[in-house]
Design a protein around this ligand. Structure first.
Ligand SMILES: Cc1cc2nc3c(=O)[nH]c(=O)nc-3n(C[C@H](O)[C@H](O)[C@H](O)COP(=O)(O)O)c2cc1C
Length: 192
């Protein structure tokens, strides 16, 4: 059975990110996956403190808080789903804290040309962003930036992306059949 790990970076419990993640998860579960969903705004954790323990002897982040089981679950999961609203052109602050802690999933050899990833190969990642601005021409930067780190050459995920555009009210995503259809289609690709 495929294991799915979701990390949701919106403070809104019934917003666009949650609706899109729910759609992807429901579709994957119908196809036989099991999913764990974490919401960073419900968790108590710190950002990376640059102690470098994960590069000087420890195989994992030495901070012990609510993010510890999530980072461990990233090693187990076949599919990672990340979702964040765009705030001032970037992911939300709490979500960025979680991304920074993923530094512990990079090996000490990442700067000297060795394998940079502590994750097993063959994993897939779906990166979802939601934004109020309706066009594709603005605020795509975070997908490029974080997708670049998560993808081949660094963490090693096969990357997939979904952008919810022009979403302002919490329910705007769930009443958009085209967007929800894209979420379902991507779920099928992740499970293929
Ligand atoms: C503090 C804050 C900053 C925002 N900054 C942007 C932005 O830079 N660009 C944009 O298009 N939308 C921006 N938005 C709108 C949200 O990205 C948008 O409403 C999103 O769909 C919310 O997702 P959610 O329902 O999953 O929380 C901002 C909203 C807030 C509260």
């Amino acid at each position: 059975m495929k294991k799915i790990l979701c990390i949701v970076g919106s403070p809104r419990r019934t917003g666009g990110c949650q609706a899109l993640v729910r759609k992807v998860v429901e579709t994957c579960e119908e196809l036989g996956a099991e999913a764990q969903v974490y919401s960073v705004y419900d968790m108590d954790f710190r950002g990376c403190v640059a102690c470098m323990a994960c590069k000087t002897g420890s195989e994992e982040c030495v901070l012990r808080d609510d993010l510890t089981p999530v980072l461990r679950a990233m090693k187990e999961a076949d599919i990672l789903i990340l979702a964040s609203p765009i705030y001032f052109g970037d992911v939300t602050g709490e979500f960025k804290k979680a991304i920074d802690r993923m530094y512990s999933l990079m090996t000490p050899e990442y700067l000297t040309g060795g394998n940079p990833s502590r994750l097993a190969p063959g994993k897939k990642c779906l990166f979802i962003t939601t934004q109020g601005y309706p066009g594709e021409d603005r605020f795509g930067g975070p997908l490029e930036t974080y997708g670049g780190f998560l993808g081949p050459g660094w963490f090693g995920y096969e990357m997939h992306f979904l952008r919810g555009l022009g979403l302002r009210a919490p329910s705007d995503a769930s009443v958009n059949p085209e967007l929800m259809g894209q979420a379902e289609e991507l779920a099928r690709k992740l499970m293929a």
